[in-house]
Design a protein around this ligand. Structure first.
Ligand SMILES: [Zn+2]
Length: 152
């Protein structure tokens, strides 16, 4: 699966999250060969866990099947919204090769917008970042969700 196709799947997962009342964010982890290792949606409200972001859930699930302990060497994290500081940190710690995201998050993004935790030169592992993949679709889903929450 290409990162673009994986983003399509992440968008479906994001829509699922909106269905159960969570902010629509979805994530897919691809192995080095492009096969899907794991996928997840935001479950913060669903399970009442402040750390249950789509990226963290997907990285955890990917590590369970990847076969190299906690390391996700060669993997790509694909997510509909720019990762926050926690998720950017998790991406670095999991040693993924690449982080691909859709919509930018100027208010909390930690992969180039507000911070750049993923490519901080002081870290010895810096995943490659590809921003803005299917950005319009990813942003539109979030905007529609917040619009409906405000009852507009
Ligand atoms: Zn996060």
């Amino acid at each position: 699966m290409t990162p673009d196709e994986a983003m399509g799947r992440a968008l479906e997962l994001a829509a699922d999250a909106a269905g159960w009342g969570d902010t629509p964010i979805g994530a897919v982890v691809l192995g080095a060969d492009g096969a899907v290792l794991a996928e997840a949606a935001n479950e913060r409200e669903k399970v009442g866990d402040p750390t249950a972001h789509a990226e963290v859930l997907a990285l955890r699930a990917a590590a369970r099947v990847h076969g190299d302990g906690w390391r996700l060497t060669g993997a790509t994290l694909v997510v509909t919204l720019e990762p926050c500081t926690m998720c950017a940190g998790a991406a670095v710690l999991s040693r993924v090769d690449r982080v691909v995201y859709g919509a930018r998050d100027p208010k909390a993004g930690a992969a180039g917008s507000l911070w750049d935790v993923v490519r901080d030169r002081r870290l010895n592992h810096r995943p490659e970042v590809v921003a803005g993949v299917r950005e319009e679709e990813c942003g539109a889903l979030l905007r529609a969700f917040f619009r409906s929450k405000r009852g507009l």
